[in-house]
Ligand binder design. Structure first.
Ligand code: MG
Length: 252
């Protein structure tokens, strides 16, 4: 009887240890961080019709407002987005687009505008994204008085790193991201020697300061590291008609 009791106790302890070691199944909510909330900063006023700099002499112009020649559909074929009034706009649910060219390290300038007519809330309001090398998402969202999890608001590295401050303009106003990105380095066995790093200014204000990117920026689950080479700039279709303009890149 005593032996049986000891056996039962052992089984129970072993089961408890097992249960603790089992990782919990991740849900979308388990990688959300709601607190702290980045403090609000009002950007300096724009003084020209183009709110940021136009391309310097050594830049590759990816979009000058006239056509999508530098872009293709992310799932192949022609880029399905609309071009009008010097801007390109997501064609909701027709898919994301990406540059035909691929890049390693770069400085990127990109302007974006969430719809003036506010529809939806949280992640459903003006959601898009700029993906470094087609993998790592710098979130685009209408984060003007629109609460959501901090590591998913505009300027976040999605589900990884919240912006230092919230420099969001009102919906319908043009905003700017200036990005400095260095690609990860892998050895020939596919082990990551140096992670990707990103610095971002939002409307001229620093929001990501040499932030280490942990891996993929998934909706569910932790970041995953996968070896890769050069990659495109990808823009997300998240079902909202968000617009972009004045996109240029300088390879470093
Ligand atoms: Mg997004």
């Amino acid at each position: 009887m005593k032996k049986l009791f000891i056996l039962a106790a052992c089984l129970f302890v072993s089961y408890s240890v097992q249960a603790q070691l089992q990782p919990k199944k991740m849900t979308p909510e388990s990688s959300e961080i709601w607190d702290p909330v980045p403090r609000k900063v009002t950007p300096g006023p724009a003084n020209a019709s183009v709110s940021g700099f136009t391309a310097p002499s050594d830049a590759i112009v990816l979009f000058d407002g006239s056509n999508l020649n530098e872009w293709m559909a992310s799932n192949g074929g022609d880029a399905p987005w609309m071009v009008s009034d010097g801007a390109m706009t997501v064609a909701p649910r027709k898919g994301g687009i990406q540059t035909k060219r691929e890049f390693g390290d770069y400085q990127l300038h990109i302007e974006w505008r969430t719809p003036a007519e506010v529809k939806g809330n949280g992640q459903g309001r003006g959601n898009s994204g700029v993906f470094m090398q087609g993998i790592y998402e710098l979130q685009v969202l209408d984060s003007y008085e629109n609460p959501t999890y901090s590591n998913g608001q505009a300027g976040s590295i999605y589900k990884q790193s919240m912006p230092l401050v919230n420099v969001s303009k009102k919906p319908g106003e043009w905003q700017v991201y200036d990005v400095i990105y260095t690609a990860p380095r892998f050895n020939k066995d596919g082990l990551m020697l140096i992670p990707p790093y990103i610095t971002v200014l939002h409307n001229g204000v620093l929001i990501q300061n040499h932030t280490q990117i942990q891996g993929t920026t998934a909706f569910v689950g932790r970041p995953v590291v996968k070896p890769h080479g050069r990659g495109p700039i990808m823009l997300q279709d998240h079902g909202n008609p968000t617009s972009f303009r004045n996109i240029w890149i300088r390879e470093l």
